[in-house]
Design a protein around this ligand. Structure first.
Ligand code: ADP
Ligand code: MG
Length: 229
């Protein structure tokens, strides 16, 4: 399994008590598997992604990414695992307003200390893969919401991750553009053998996934995706 959470408990301080955001959550996502996480607001979906992204440390339980156990790892080791193996797509595209689509991707490679030539080649390939081949030199304000989200996805793939974590990618998009982003995520998951976890409110998106996980009050239940026949 590329991503594995075992009996994870995550708590936040809440006044003089603690709030349990993840209550003994276990999850395993294989290479090439597209999993969706659904559930009401406040049920712990973003917390689950934050743990899987090594951005927060659970109170107890195991987190394994690309075969490495990060649950007891220090900050530096976690950052390295995240940089080498995890792609993260947040709800809002968070693109830098002054940069072209191509440069949004190159900033990532620059931060990782990659050679500019290899990085530019890879960035162009990724923009093609998300269907933005002709728009490399456009800045965010010249792109539609759907296009910006696709730049965001391409950027998350710059480090060739094994695990892709996506929080509500369609919430700012109309139905048609949302559908396109989800089918792109499904394609990329298969082609790149990614273990992808997507949090979504969008029931139409569930037709494209392999697994549906339902969060409620910090607990996770596995179900089968509804299939259109
Ligand atoms: P969802 O993404 O399903 O809406 P979250 O994971 O954001 O749920 O939140 C789960 C619970 O944890 C909620 O009760 C929320 O208020 C609480 N929570 C989330 N992040 C924090 C934080 N940084 N500090 C304190 N409480 C938090
Ligand atoms: Mg959330």
């Amino acid at each position: 399994m590329t991503l594995k959470l075992t009996d994870v408990v995550l708590t936040y301080p809440d006044g003089d008590r603690t709030l349990t955001a993840l209550d003994h959550v276990s999850l395993a996502v294989a290479p090439g598997e597209f999993a969706a996480v659904v559930g009401p607001s406040g049920s712990g979906k973003s917390s689950l992604l934050a743990v899987a992204a090594t951005l927060v440390t659970p109170a107890s339980g195991g987190v394994s990414i690309a075969g490495q156990d990060v649950s007891r790892a220090g900050q530096a080791a976690r950052t390295k695992v995240r940089r080498d193996h995890v792609g993260i797509v947040f709800q809002q595209a968070n693109l830098l307003p002054s940069l072209t689509a191509l440069d949004q991707l190159l900033v990532m490679a620059h931060l990782a200390g990659e050679s500019p030539r290899t990085a530019a080649e890879r960035a162009r390939e990724l923009l093609l893969a998300v269907d933005l081949g002709g728009k490399e030199h456009k800045r965010p304000h010249q792109l539609s919401g759907g296009e910006r989200q696709r730049v965001n996805i391409a950027r998350a793939l710059m480090n060739s991750p094994e695990v892709l974590l996506v929080d509500e990618p369609t919430s700012a998009l109309d139905h048609h553009r949302g559908e396109r982003v989800v089918s792109l995520l499904a394609d990329l998951t298969r082609k790149n053998d990614l273990a992808t976890v997507m949090v979504t409110h969008d029931l139409a998106a569930l037709a494209a996934v392999d697994t549906v996980l339902t969060m409620s009050d910090g607990r996770l239940a596995e179900g089968t995706p509804p299939r259109a026949h």
